[in-house]
Design a protein around this ligand. Structure first.
Ligand code: G3P
Ligand code: CA
Length: 338
């Protein structure tokens, strides 16, 4: 990125700039229900560099940690008779969904819900934590990260993903306004604050880049092969890319990971970092050549995928199983300086 002060990346300790970084996806979501404070604490205990969280807004404009606007996959909302009247159909970014939506609940209503495991069949151990916690606000997550960082004597970064930003704009609940306000309130609106802002949506990232010097990361979904013109365009406003793993290690027709693409090289030439998502240990998520046995929910060779991604030059691994990525990093020799 070249918009201003290009030296910031080199001197900054901002989130996602320590590389290669291990970033806990929705917390240590392989071990706890996603986006619970215990998921974040577990990840920090494991030693992650950063936690990743998704942000959406309640009806009264409070930012909360949820991946989906629809709540029934990760909370007990469907069992709350007092909220039954809020069930409806909503089109979010062109996709019709049925259920209960964060934007329809006040924070007080949301706070009556209990969080639960999204994938109980794949991660049955996580269901032991169903109902233990509610849905945390951004404020609560930042306080938890601050407290855990202080307790452990090491800084932990946060990578904040703005979900459905254009949709929130359209319903009068823009995410970037309360986000920047909260970061400023917490003294986290400077480049060395270890906070990174991410989105799949370029317009909100451009807006943020114009209003903050926090690092901005353009997320790229699977199948999104960038042209060099698109990459130049991203370089105008972003500091890095958050790419689906298959954009770095394309999979063949059988689902096996092949030789690295040129994405990391092309990004690094422009000074853009590359973090990859989402590395998960269960067979169903791994390239076919790294699966062990035939059970989809058994653990495969995630370490093999991490090694291949690191060999491809990525700057960070965003993962549900941070302990496995950290173990690989510990086995990797640090190159001699000079
Ligand atoms: O960190 C990027 C990654 O989280 C994007 O995918 O769907 O898990 O938010 P998703
Ligand atoms: Ca995310």
């Amino acid at each position: 990125m070249t918009r201003e002060a290009p030296q910031v990346r080199e001197v900054s300790t901002s989130s996602l700039v320590l590389t290669p970084a291990v970033v806990a996806h929705r917390g240590a979501s392989g071990h706890r229900p996603e986006h619970t404070l215990e998921a974040y604490r577990t990840a920090i205990r494991m030693g992650v560099d950063d936690i990743e969280l998704d942000l959406v807004a309640t009806r009264d404009g409070v930012l909360v940690a949820r991946h989906d606007l629809e709540l029934s996959a990760t909370t007990d909302v469907a069992e709350r008779p007092g909220l039954a009247h809020l069930r409806r159909t909503l089109v979010v970014d062109g996709v019709e969904q049925h259920g209960w939506f964060v934007q329809d609940l006040t924070l007080a209503q949301l706070k009556t819900l209990a969080a639960r495991e999204r994938m109980p069949d794949t991660r049955p151990g996580n269901t032991a934590y169903d109902g233990v916690e509610g849905v945390p606000t951004l404020t609560e997550v930042l306080a938890t990260v601050r407290a855990e960082s202080a307790r452990r004597g090491r800084p932990v970064g946060v990578a904040l993903e703005l979900k459905h930003a254009a949709h929130h704009d359209a319903i009068g609940l823009p995410l970037d306004v309360p986000l920047l306000r909260e970061l400023a309130r917490q003294g986290l609106d400077h480049p060395w604050a270890r906070v990174t802002l991410m989105s799949f949506e370029a317009p909100v990232l451009r807006r943020l880049a114009a209003r903050t010097r926090l690092p901005v990361v353009q997320l790229l979904d699977r199948g999104h092969r960038l042209t060099s013109v698109e990459l130049d365009d991203i370089d105008d406003y972003a500091d890095g890319l958050g790419a689906h793993t298959s954009l770095v290690l394309p999979r063949d027709a059988g689902g096996a990971a092949g030789a690295p693409s040129s994405l990391v090289r092309d990004a690094h030439r422009r000074g853009l970092t590359v973090h990859v998502w989402t590395v998960r240990a269960e067979n169903r998520f791994l390239p076919t050549d790294l699966r062990r046995g035939t059970a989809p929910d058994a653990l495969g060779d995630m370490a093999g995928e991490v090694r291949a991604l690191l060999a491809a030059g990525v700057d960070g691994i965003i993962t549900d199983h941070p302990e496995q990525a950290l173990a690989v990093l510990r086995e990797t020799p640090v190159p001699a300086v000079g």
